[in-house]
Design a protein around this ligand. Structure first.
Ligand code: GLN
Length: 202
């Protein structure tokens, strides 16, 4: 296990434990990260699902915003799931005016986008770079991606149902984001994708 990358899960709010377990199952050494000193020790970071307005507020209170932005600028891989995707977006629609993300992906996401039709739902998503059958994706008050910048790769869209065609997985360099929650379904492929990304970036 000694060459396993060390991946932190930002532990300010949200489903931290589920991501720690999913990362461990995908071959990483996973640990919660709450303080700048803990961030220094990780090769990559997951920003979990939860509530982006709360994570934004706590990032300031715990003085994590600037250290995370610095590590992102230095090339540290970050994966954001749901609220974490919102925290990795340069522009947020339907956010609270005071919420602020990290220096993340050049994209516009709409917060709680699916919620107008249905609060939570499940749908198959085909993800580029994730082999095998479509990923069974769980969406909980999820955002979708409305616009991507030139350097952003669309990795996955919803394949069926009322939300078909919506962009729900993207990557820009070492930054990865999904609207859905792979930490809840026991399928390790998305975390595996991120662990490989971190391994390659080390
Ligand atoms: N709607 C939440 C937000 O704005 C995200 C929901 C989730 O992470 N499951 O942050």
């Amino acid at each position: 296990m000694s060459d396993a990358p060390v991946i932190g899960v930002l532990a300010l709010q949200g489903d931290v434990r589920e991501h720690v377990h999913a990362l461990a199952a995908a071959g990483a050494q996973a640990r919660p990260v709450r303080r700048p000193g803990e961030l220094d020790e990780v090769d990559g970071l997951v920003v979990p699902g939860g509530e982006s307005t709360t994570i934004s507020k706590l990032a300031d209170i715990f003085e994590m915003r600037e250290p995370i932005d610095k590590r992102i600028a230095g090339g540290m891989p970050v994966y954001g799931s749901c609220a974490g995707m919102i925290m990795l977006a340069r522009e947020v629609l339907d956010g609270r005016p005071d919420q602020r993300g990290f220096a993340g992906i050049e994209m516009t996401v709409r917060r709680n986008a699916f919620g107008r039709q249905v609060d939570s739902f499940e749908a198959p998503v085909e993800i580029d770079g994730v082999a095998g059958e479509p990923f069974h994706a769980v969406f909980i008050r999820a955002p979708w991606v409305e616009r991507v910048g030139a350097g952003v790769e669309v990795l996955g869209t919803v394949t069926e149902g009322p939300a078909a065609g919506r962009i729900v997985a993207v990557r820009q360099g070492n930054l990865l984001a999904t609207s859905f929650h792979p930490e809840l379904t026991g399928d390790p492929r998305v975390h595996g994708y991120f662990v490989e990304l971190v391994r390659a970036a080390r």
